[in-house]
Design a binder for this molecule. Structure first.
Ligand SMILES: Cc1ncc(COP(=O)(O)O)c(C=O)c1O
Length: 391
């Protein structure tokens, strides 16, 4: 049995179709059948070794699935985006009722389309009223996002798994903010796990992709047949970028997680010096008991801060030198987003921050610069503190 970073480089070697060390970019949409009539076998549409048409399968898509399977141990299907994966999940489960929480507004958007088109009933996942939960019946879906976008806060998967299973429903977990090795939602009762691979799996802000992880190979076969007709397979070019990204996956996530913890703990320790800084949201600041077990390998590299006024929140990104003011997360470069730009349901005082691979001391210094209000003594003291950080 080899380990995470070995698998992330070699987990798809058995599917290689050439002797290139790096699986080449295949731009073809169609593959020639064998000239030998004896070798023409119909019905192989979900076999990763059989190449017919790139909407069905192509070498780098097969590589991604094999690599993620070898890292996580769960059958995996890759899609052309995280929302493509959520749509596939809804299509597969076909719930008549859905319990869904706050979190990424795009998943809620898909649920609303299902409500409009098929009369999907919805309840909030944190509705405490037992009567409200009676709408959730066997075969329905409970969809939990943890860590929660945009805050980076944690929810107890075991608790929601029980809620779902008590009603005969399935629990899906969107773990985009805590990719492997940070979190394995299956260990706590999840039935299906979703990742926007656009984020940490991709890690370079240059591709869109989504993943569904499931517990059975049969379900994988059904998802592959659905994907074939929904047209939601990952594209040829993006898939080769994602295979490239997986080679450094563990290193990147571990470093981003460690840096985020260092930065958040620094900001939290010196919070009183930043008079505009109202609140920091992040799982590392929660005291719930389940967290040590659920997040054994580090915290999510994403967090949010709330400033006192909307104008302060709008202005902060323009004061920073190392953080791009942009949406998304999980890339090598750190990002900050005045979240109202892409989510119109969120507080306008909120900024979401994704920690990249820069040195955390430089990132803290940049944030301190942006958050301090003209006090050079204080700045000097904090610069001294930053130099003592162990990274
Ligand atoms: C938690 C979460 N789930 C799903 C998605 C959708 O992923 P994609 O943008 O790859 O469609 C996002 C995107 O930001 C997200 O943050």
């Amino acid at each position: 049995m080899s380990h995470f970073s070995t698998n992330s480089i070699h987990g798809g070697d058995h599917l290689k179709t050439t002797n290139d060390v790096i699986t080449p970019i295949h731009i073809t949409t169609t593959y020639a059948y064998s000239n030998n009539p004896e070798e023409l076998t119909p019905g192989e549409l979900t076999n990763p070794n059989v190449l017919i048409y790139s909407r069905e399968n192509h070498p780098n898509a097969a590589q991604i699935e094999a690599i993620v399977e070898s890292i996580t141990g769960y059958p995996t299907v890759v899609y052309n985006s995280g929302l493509g994966a959520f749509n596939a999940l809804m299509t597969h489960v076909n719930p008549k009722a859905l319990a869904i929480g706050d979190g990424y507004h795009g998943c809620q958007g898909i649920a609303d389309i299902w409500k409009r088109n098929f009369g999907l009933k919805q309840i909030h996942i944190d509705d405490d009223d037992d009567k409200a939960w009676e709408v959730i019946k066997p075969g329905d879906l409970v969809h939990l996002e943890t860590p929660l976008n945009p805050y980076g806060t944690y929810f107890d998967i075991t608790k929601y798994a029980k809620k779902a299973h008590d009603r005969g429903a399935l629990l899906s977990v969107d773990a985009t903010f805590a990719p492997p090795p940070l979190l394995d939602p299956f260990k706590f009762g999840a039935d299906i796990v979703l990742h926007s691979a656009t984020k940490f799996f991709g890690g370079h802000s240059d591709l869109l992709a989504g993943l569904l992880l499931i517990k059975s190979k049969d379900v994988k076969g059904q998802l592959l047949l659905d994907r074939l007709v929904l047209g939601s397979n990952i594209g040829n070019l993006e898939s080769s970028l994602l295979v490239r990204s997986l080679r450094t996956f563990e290193l990147r996530v571990a470093r981003q997680s460690r840096s985020a913890e260092t930065i958040i703990s620094f900001l939290n320790k010196h919070k009183s010096r930043f008079s505009h800084l109202e609140k920091i949201y992040h799982g590392s600041l929660q005291n719930d008991e389940f967290i040590n077990e659920q997040m054994p390998n580090g915290h999510t590299p994403v967090f949010s801060i709330e400033l006192q006024t909307i104008d302060q929140a709008k202005a902060l990104p323009s004061k920073l030198k190392l953080f791009h003011h942009a949406t998304s997360l999980g890339g090598a470069e750190s990002l900050i987003e005045w979240r109202a730009m892409s989510d119109n349901h969120i507080s306008k005082k909120l900024l979401r921050i994704s920690i990249g691979l820069e040195d955390p001391r430089d990132l803290v210094a940049d944030l301190v610069d942006g958050l301090l209000i003209n006090d050079s003594n204080e700045e000097n003291e904090l610069v001294e503190e930053i130099s003592k950080l162990i990274v």
